[in-house]
Structure formats: structure tokens, C-alpha cells
Ligand binder design. Structure first.
Ligand code: ADP
Length: 239
């Protein structure tokens, strides 16, 4: 598959720039920026994207864009695999989309789908690579490859590896509806299943054991009283 990479020094948001490309009828584009000044996470939370990190958004127009939860999984697998290869760190995926190292977040993923005449999905991947410190509001939850390994990571190399890994999963599994393969790979990287967790959803906070992921990427939580399917939420793992 042919895709184009656009690299900027600074953008408000790589997601917004990718959206601009989409509205101009372009697809299979990767938008990279050295800095994002108004990056967002899930639920419109603020994402810190200062210099030193790897910030990119991938724009695709698949025939099955409504299955975009699997794109999030593909991005998380690609990021985890690539970080493992380049940084030799035993990173894990926390459901649904954080790549972390010993409980601290190294990578965040945001997938935004647009449905209508022209379906498309934009997958944002942010990796804390060479930042040396974080602001006080996130320093207890965030870490970077530099902080862990005490040396710089070649961001270009990491970027290319992630893109290759992502499009590999995208072409071979996602576009061919082989979702079971994506789930299988995701599970091999995740440390959420089998753990006691706290899940905060928009409605409530639940405590229980994460017992599985269903075929639609939902988390299956077993509480004291029942088994619940969690579609969206924040999980903290109780190690
Ligand atoms: P998640 O990554 O858990 O899905 P979000 O997409 O909501 O969460 O990410 C936004 C949250 O991540 C922010 O509210 C903040 O707590 C945290 N955060 C912001 N920037 C960074 C960063 N560069 N590294 C790690 N965590 C961050």
C-alpha cells in the first residue's frame, strides 16, 4: 500500500491536520509533527505533546471503518512491538489503548472515526520518547524512553517501524476482517487480563477482576455480584 508522510515542525494537532487531508479527499496519509500545541486525548482531555516526543496521526479510509476499535488495538500492538524492538523494554498494553512501562504511560492512542458519505478513521499515536521531564500534573503517571533508558531514541527509526507494523496489521488483518488475529496479538501484549482493576466509566466506578476481552474489544469485568461488559472507561490496574 502506498502512503504519504507529511512532517511538520509544529501543529495544533496532528489529528486535525489529518482531518483536513481527509476533507480534501486524501487517504493513506501519516501526519507527523515535532510538537503539538493543542493535542487531545480521549474524552477531549489535554494531551501534552512537547518536543522530544513522537506525535503522529494515520488517516485511512477502510471499507469497514465502523470497526474502529480494532484500529486502536492495531495501533497499540504496533507501538508496543516497535518500542520492544528498539528500546528493548518489556512494555505492556493496558486496556484499551495505553502502552505503559511498569504502570507509567509511555504511549497514548486516540482513534477518531468519521461516518457519513465518506467514512474514514484517524488514529493518533503519541509516544514519550526523548522528553526528560513532565509537568507536575502528569509526572506521576507519565514516563519516557529517555527517562527509563537514559539515552535518546532514534525517533525516525521508531516512527518508520510503527508505520510498517501498523499497515501490516491493517492490510493483512483489519481490511480482511480477521479481527480474531488482532485480538490474539493484542492479548499477547496486554497485562490487563487476570488483574484486579478499578474501572471508571462516565456513569460509575467499578472494582473487580478483568477476566477477558470479548470479540468486540470490550473488557469483561467480574465484580463481586456480576459479570459486566465495559465498552469505554479508564482502567487502573491494582498490582
Ligand atoms: P488514555 O491515554 O488513558 O486513553 P487519554 O487519551 O484520555 O487517556 O489521555 C489523556 C490523559 O493522559 C490526560 O488527562 C493526562 O492525564 C495524560 N497525559 C497527557 N499527556 C500525556 C503524556 N504526554 N504522557 C502520558 N500521559 C499524558
Amino acid at each position: 500500500m502506498v502512503f504519504k508522510i507529511y512532517h511538520f515542525k509544529s501543529l495544533y494537532s496532528t489529528q486535525d491536520k489529518a482531518e483536513e487531508f481527509a476533507s480534501n479527499g486524501i487517504e493513506n496519509v501519516v501526519v507527523i509533527s515535532d510538537v503539538q500545541t493543542k493535542a487531545r486525548g480521549r474524552f477531549n482531555r489535554k494531551w501534552r505533546a512537547s518536543k522530544g516526543g513522537l506525535w503522529m496521526s494515520i488517516l485511512v479510509k477502510p471499507h469497514n471503518a465502523e470497526k474502529m476499535q480494532y484500529l486502536t488495538f492495531c495501533a497499540a500492538i504496533s507501538a508496543a512491538d516497535s518500542i520492544k524492538k528498539i528500546s528493548k523494554l518489556n512494555v505492556k498494553i493496558k486496556w484499551p489503548n495505553d502502552v505503559h512501562y511498569q504502570g507509567k504511560k509511555l504511549c497514548g492512542i486516540l482513534t477518531e472515526g468519521h461516518f457519513g458519505k465518506n467514512d474514514y478513521a484517524i488514529i493518533g499515536i503519541g509516544i514519550n520518547a526523548n522528553q526528560e521531564k513532565f509537568s507536575s500534573d502528569i509526572k506521576h503517571i507519565a514516563t519516557s524512553l529517555k527517562i527509563i533508558n537514559k539515552k535518546n531514541t532514534d525517533i525516525k527509526k521508531l516512527t518508520i517501524l510503527i508505520i510498517e507494523n501498523f499497515f501490516n496489521l491493517y492490510n493483512n488483518y483489519y481490511c480482511k476482517n480477521k479481527f480474531d488475529k488482532i485480538i490474539q496479538k493484542w492479548k499477547s501484549h496486554s497485562d490487563t487480563i487476570g488483574k484486579n482493576v478499578k474501572v471508571i466509566t462516565t456513569q460509575k466506578t467499578l472494582i473487580g477482576k478483568a477476566i477477558n476481552i470479548d470479540e468486540n474489544c470490550n473488557l469483561i469485568l467480574k465484580t463481586k455480584h456480576k459479570t459486566i461488559k465495559i465498552i469505554e472507561g479508564d482502567v487502573s490496574i491494582r498490582y
